[in-house]
Design a protein around this ligand. Structure first.
Ligand code: FRU
Length: 494
């Protein structure tokens, strides 16, 4: 019995996992490598674990891809398909996969960038004999994210100078020799080390306009405490990233942590998010996921014999808002393949919806719920999930205060670490009285997408086995629920 085992989130069978690494799509497979300790359920002996999937939802575990060796741990990084064989590591006319990772030398803690290549769809890897490819003799230089930049026809590496709150960009023709191009930062939130940066271009819907997004994970000091992530929207010309003015919050407007930077998730458990490389242009999506945990308590979560899971994969986009261009995220459409039993409410008020939930026995620990309701002008309203007699994870909005929130203070076992219990808030500009919540519950996690991905909250929870209920709450029982769909979700492991 593994009571908290996620049934549709990726988790290792046993031992410790943190960041997603080396995410690349090649020949019909989404690769997910990840920071893994093959020898224990706490951080250590970092190596790259490996899994593949045809759809980012159903995963096949594969053997360890890059093991720690010779006093060098394999820290986070990325992977690309070297289509033109610029590295010369290709074989039989086929492009190699190149992994670009940080080597962490345990003897002096120096971090440097290395590469490895694979000629068999990522099954086996050879570390480059000329490693490291970049070494500046720093103990805070890590997490290279590499991409091909077509306009300047070269490879770009985005990598962080963690302690200096800077991102560096390097360029290369062959993935082996790199030149420093520029630096970005400090900017935005700088309360913790900058890690796992990502840089990608997105289209602005309905226009021919595009923008570059620089995502920077930060630990600690993020919006929900501990680990989290911020982003900047701007321009990248192949050499330099320049943030749009309205994507950097001036210090005078930083009234609260949630208003101090642009956060891509307002919950406590979405970290080290990085996107997949080489998703075919015919697909066109920018897809990412994050480590569903937090360095504050990740080593203490009450699961065994594994620790940690990845979030569900998300489709990332941009939206023009009154405040500027902002990131929006939605669950990937492939998630719909998990839908099992469907419950559709015909509409009504809050008490009618609750009576319907009871009558139809709508409950469970693998659920997807989509609700649209009219928020009252004062008070809070929303939905409780994984609810028992004395427990619930509470998801709601407060229109008057202009906030959306997730409250896990009574979600179950919150005592295993003093930093676990919490109430998390995100600003929610009110344009319309209608609020949409899209919620995914899976054994020990709750992910919430508010108003078509304008805000996202990812939170771990450890409820008792009997806490499986769903219930709406609000200051007025006459609150209107205009649409409500619930699905039970299938397990990916059966
Ligand atoms: C982020 C991180 C990375 C590093 C890895 C080590 O969670 O600290 O910066 O490469 O984890 O496991």
């Amino acid at each position: 019995m593994e009571p908290f085992r996620p049934q549709y989130h990726f988790s290792p069978a046993k031992n410790w996992m943190n960041d997603p690494n080396g995410m690349v799509f090649y020949e019909g497979e989404y690769h997910l490598f990840y920071q893994y300790n093959p020898a224990g359920d706490k951080w250590g002996h970092m190596s790259w674990g490996h899994a593949v999937s045809p759809d980012m939802v159903h995963w096949t575990h594969l053997p360890l891809a890059l093991p720690e060796a010779d006093n060098v741990m394999i820290f986070s990084g990325s992977a690309v398909v070297d289509w033109k064989n610029s590295s010369g590591f290709g074989k039989d006319g086929k492009p190699p996969l190149i992994a670009v990772y940080t080597g962490f030398r345990t003897t002096d803690r120096v971090q440097f960038q290395c590469i490895a290549y694979s000629n068999d769809k990522g099954r086996t890897w050879t570390k480059y004999s000329g490693n490291p490819v970049i070494d500046i003799n720093s103990t805070d230089f890590r997490d290279p994210k590499v991409q091909w930049h077509e306009a300047t026809r070269r490879w770009i590496m985005t990598v962080s100078l963690s302690a200096e709150h800077k991102v560096r960009f390097y360029g290369s023709d062959n993935l082996k020799a790199w030149t420093l191009l520029s630096e970005f930062g400090p900017a935005g939130a700088t309360g913790g080390v900058w890690e796992c940066p990502d840089l990608f271009e997105l289209a602005l819907p309905g226009t021919n306009d595009k923008r570059w997004v620089l995502a920077v994970n930060m630990n600690p000091g993020s919006v929900a405490g501990g680990s989290g992530g911020q982003y900047f929207v701007g321009h990248f010309d192949g050499t330099r990233f320049v943030a749009d003015r309205d994507s950097v919050i001036p210090p005078t407007s930083r009234r609260s942590p949630s208003a101090s930077a642009l956060w891509f998730d307002y919950g406590p458990d979405y970290y080290a998010a990085v996107s997949w490389s080489d998703v075919p242009a015919s697909d066109g999506r920018r897809l990412w996921l994050g480590w569903m945990s937090n360095w504050d308590y990740g080593g203490d979560v009450p699961t065994s014999p594994w620790r940690s899971a990845m979030s569900i994969p998300r489709d990332v986009g941009l939206r023009r808002t009154a405040d500027g261009i902002r990131l929006v995220q939605k669950p990937v459409r492939e998630m719909e393949s998990l839908r099992d039993r469907h419950f559709a409410f015909k509409g009504g008020d809050l008490s009618e919806a609750n009576a319907w939930l009871k009558e139809r026995h709508v409950e469970g620990d693998q659920l997807e719920l989509m609700v649209e309701f009219e928020a009252q002008s004062s008070g809070t309203e929303g939905v409780k999930v994984v609810k028992g007699d004395r427990e619930a994870t509470v998801i709601g909005v407060d229109r008057q205060r202009g906030q959306a929130f997730v409250d896990r203070r009574q979600s179950g076992n919150v005592r295993f670490h003093r930093k676990f219990s919490g109430l998390y808030e995100a600003p929610l500009p009110v344009r319309d009285v209608r609020v949409k919540l899209h919620v995914f519950v899976d054994a020990s996690s709750v992910e919430v997408f508010v108003n078509d991905g304008e805000r996202v909250f990812t939170s771990l929870v450890f409820p008792s086995a009997a806490s499986r209920g769903v219930e709406f709450f609000g200051s007025a029982t006459s609150s209107k629920i205009t649409a409500l769909d619930v699905w039970t979700l299938k397990s990916i492991w059966r």
